[in-house]
Ligand binder design. Structure first.
Ligand code: ATP
Ligand code: MG
Length: 285
């Protein structure tokens, strides 16, 4: 526990990074760490090199009217979790360290893949996310970065950025960690009231119903998932989409093969997302 190094400045990060054994695996987070983040750190640890966790609440990926001001900040608990999971370094900079000149004029553009699903509801979100991911890859000199499948569009866009811009970082996907009742772990779950927490289960139940219909084809998947969502009007659905996992285009009726069923809904004042990868046209198991 005790040998975790905490770096708050660029100089502290450079010193800590210099002492790390390659390969350096980086887990990027916005803090308020939970068991999903712990799983990413464990997977990073299992790769045999060093583990660096970043905790940075990136203002650039929040839109006006989003929850930046009230986002949970729990740095002491985050450091304890990172230490317990065997991280070597936590880089926890403030915005002035990451953006010393203020908001960057030059940014990464997510392109068309950043305009659909999450991007349709959160304009500019993915440009802000990719910009900070690129900066943190460079600042940490990451060999490997691990990302959660829960944020499937983010994972896809990071992969594209690394390919399209030849960043030379290995990107590893980690499956979604869930509560016992199926709710995908998220830092934002702590906004949920007890009532909201019950309502939130409809996301996972809807995805499970879609998954169970995968053998029957796209319209059966969509119908099954939509029917479950309709049982819970307190969950205000933003989108339910069955898409190609690489292009994010809606899959056509006779599509067979790998697809992604993704959902976003507002429960109380909290926006939740979840998804499952599935194979259309083939029985599960
Ligand atoms: N339940 C989960 N299972 C696996 N990975 C996860 C899970 N939740 C988050 N992650 C991953 O952790 C990394 C950091 O995510 P982040 O700090 O945004 O946490 P978060 O729980 O997604 O918070 P929020 O819901 O507020 O965005 C991302 O790669 C994300 O995909
Ligand atoms: Mg997140």
């Amino acid at each position: 526990m005790s040998d975790l190094v905490v770096a708050r400045t660029r100089a502290e990060l450079a010193a800590a990074r210099g002492a790390l054994q390659a390969p350096v695996a980086v887990v990027m987070t916005m803090g308020a760490l939970h068991a999903g983040h712990a799983r990413l750190v464990r997977e990073a640890r299992a790769r045999g090199g060093s583990v660096l966790v970043t905790v940075f609440l990136n203002p650039l990926q929040f839109g006006a009217g989003e929850d930046l001001a009230r986002y949970p900040r729990t740095l002491d608990a985050d450091l304890a979790l990172a230490a317990a999971e065997g991280a070597d370094v936590v880089f926890a900079p403030g915005p002035d360290v990451v953006y010393p000149d203020g908001e960057p004029g030059v940014r990464v553009s997510a392109g068309a893949l950043g305009d659909v699903l999450e991007g349709a509801s959160r304009p500019g979100h993915f440009d802000g996310m990719l910009t900070v991911v690129a900066k943190l890859m460079n600042l940490t000199r990451a060999d490997v970065c691990l990302f959660g499948q829960k944020d499937a569009q983010q994972l896809l866009l990071v992969r594209r950025m690394v390919r399209d811009l030849d960043l030379g970082v290995e990107v590893v996907a980690v499956p979604t960690v869930r509560e016992d009742d199926g709710l995908a772990m998220s830092s934002r779950n702590r906004y949920l009231s007890p009532f909201d927490r019950e309502v939130s289960l409809v996301l996972h139940r809807s995805l499970a119903a879609g998954e169970a219909a995968a053998a029957e084809g796209p319209s059966a998947v969509r119908r099954a998932a939509r029917d479950v969502l309709r049982t819970e009007p307190a969950a205000r659905v933003d989108y339910l989409a069955l898409v190609d996992p690489v292009t994010l285009a809606d899959v056509p009726e006779h599509f067979r093969g790998d697809a992604l069923l993704a959902v976003a809904a507002r429960v109380g004042s909290t926006r939740l997302i979840d998804n499952v990868p599935l194979v259309i046209g083939r029985a599960e198991g």
